[in-house]
Design a protein around this ligand. Structure first.
Ligand SMILES: NC(=O)c1ccc[n+]([C@@H]2O[C@H](COP(=O)([O-])OP(=O)(O)OC[C@H]3O[C@@H](n4cnc5c(N)ncnc54)[C@H](O)[C@@H]3O)[C@@H](O)[C@H]2O)c1
Length: 260
């Protein structure tokens, strides 16, 4: 029987993508911690070390925190080597990482340059594959891998541009990874979040108009809160979602169902 009051008790999680207290990764980290999980964090480069360090101290001074820029296989390997100094086994991994050059997130998609396309796909989609390669061998008792996506993966959202194409690759990667890793009882799913004000969101031209559009058109009259993303993260990490893999779960006020 699962304990639904502490559904992640005894689970060890690695979390990629905390930049500040508005980060979706931070919301899911807090929810995972409340649900009983032990957490290990990355940070992207020295610039973010102190900021992320101050945040994760809330979980105790010795909360593990290591650098990992996902564009570097060497840094990914070094990160997982550090994880192995704490634990032989991990159960959960959150991928909450995305980037595209600013000029690719304004104007028309047709003007996307080769390098911007490559960078967006490397950081926002391939990284899920690279991280899963290292995480899966440590998920010796099965596991749950969760990545963050957005509706721009399936429909055209103005200015989202190359990030929408990268999210389509991320969602497809989720399905292929779910197929490969199912035999190890490792599940791989995406949460497709409605717009929330974060650092990454600020890079998208016209982002405030997106929020207003959801308020006007989503069945619930709004997008979603960080707390609700945390709750969805707990669900997909826990045994309650034990038969769910390769899926995209929309946490978006219902916006995705609307045709008009
Ligand atoms: N904010 C939204 O409206 C929204 C909606 C749907 C999906 N998402 C997705 O949620 C995820 C988290 O974004 P967020 O909105 O919390 O913003 P955020 O800026 O707080 O998080 C993005 C994270 O990506 C990390 N990152 C970028 N390049 C990296 C690299 N090379 N190596 C390692 N880490 C790198 C940053 O350090 C940061 O921690 C992203 O995948 C984003 O696309 C966001």
């Amino acid at each position: 029987m699962s304990d639904y009051s502490k559904p992640l008790e005894g689970k060890v999680a690695v979390i990629f993508g905390v930049a500040n207290r508005r980060s979706i990764a931070w919301a899911i980290a807090q929810a995972w911690k409340d649900a009983g999980a032990t957490l290990i964090f990355n940070y992207q480069g020295e610039r973010l070390k102190d900021k992320v360090g101050d945040l994760v101290e809330a979980f105790g001074e010795d909360t593990p925190l290591y650098p990992c820029d996902v564009t570097s296989d060497a840094e990914i390997d070094a990160f997982f080597d550090k994880v192995k100094t704490h634990t032989d086994k991990i159960d959960l991994m959150l991928h909450s990482v995305a980037f595209a050059p600013k000029e690719a997130l304004e104007n028309e998609f047709v003007s996307t340059e080769r390098e911007a396309f490559r960078i967006a796909h490397d950081i926002s989609a391939y990284s899920l594959v690279a991280l899963s390669q290292r995480a899966a061998p440590m998920m010796t008792e099965g596991g749950s891998i969760i990545a963050m996506s957005y509706y721009g993966a399936e429909k055209v959202v103005p200015n989202y541009n190359v990030m929408g194409v990268a999210k389509a690759a991320l969602e497809a990667s989720t399905r292929y990874l779910a197929s490969d890793l199912g035999k190890l009882n490792i599940r791989v799913n995406c949460i497709s979040a409605g717009p929330v004000q974060t650092l990454a969101a600020r890079g998208i031209s016209g982002f405030s108009a997106m929020i207003k559009h959801y308020e006007a058109n989503a069945p619930l009259g709004r997008s979603c809160s960080l707390e609700e993303l945390g709750g969805a993260g707990v669900f997909l990490a826990s045994d309650a979602s034990g038969a769910i893999t390769g899926q995209v779960l929309y946490v978006d006020g219902g916006y995705q169902i609307m045709g008009m």
